[in-house]
Design a binder for this molecule. Structure first.
Ligand code: GDP
Ligand code: MG
Length: 150
């Protein structure tokens, strides 16, 4: 089992797409093990996007992610990181396949609706940035054996 972090970004919340975005990932079979609404501080944004610090879009990225409330979640499942990235689609909605979240709801890279961790290391780092251990809940769903064979 793997865990990954997602953020429904400010544009997703403002556009009323919280449910739509999470529903798509839930429908895939992924299990929500943590979920909360928050407004990201500048400090947290700079930590979260630290790898992009030297990029030309860094300032506008921090501005965007801190501009309004977000919904942050942790999803669990086999290959959760890869499956979530595939469901989210390419970074630039122009390149994102129809059927993906960004491909169905986005138009520009600066408003691409959702963040998803891109690897095992970043997932662990990001989950620890946004959630305390007691905020994450391990539980069984009756449907689990119908989604993942034992
Ligand atoms: P992701 O992992 O698919 O979200 O993409 P990256 O890790 O490469 O970039 C992080 C976020 O920075 C993206 O989701 C975009 O919101 C933003 N971003 C990346 N590249 C650009 C760019 O060229 N211009 C702008 N305005 N934003 C960008
Ligand atoms: Mg990334």
């Amino acid at each position: 089992m793997e865990r990954t972090l997602i953020i429904v970004k400010p544009d997703g919340v403002q556009r009323g797409l919280i449910g739509e975005v999470i529903a798509r990932l839930e429908r895939r079979g992924l299990k929500v093990v943590g979920l909360k609404m928050m407004q990201i501080s500048r400090e947290l944004a700079e930590q979260h996007y630290g790898v992009h610090r030297e990029r030309p879009f860094f300032a506008s990225l921090v501005e965007y992610i801190t501009s309004a409330p977000v919904v942050v979640g942790v999803l669990e499942g086999p290959k959760a990181i890869e499956v979530t990235r595939a469901t989210v689609g390419a970074t630039n909605p122009v390149d994102a396949a129809p059927g993906t979240i960004r491909g169905d709801f986005g138009l520009t890279i600066g408003r691409n609706l959702i963040h998803a961790s891109d690897g095992a290391e970043s997932a662990e780092h990001e989950i620890n940035l946004f959630f305390r251990p007691e905020e994450l809940i391990s539980y069984e769903r009756a449907v689990d054996p119908w989604i993942v064979e034992e």
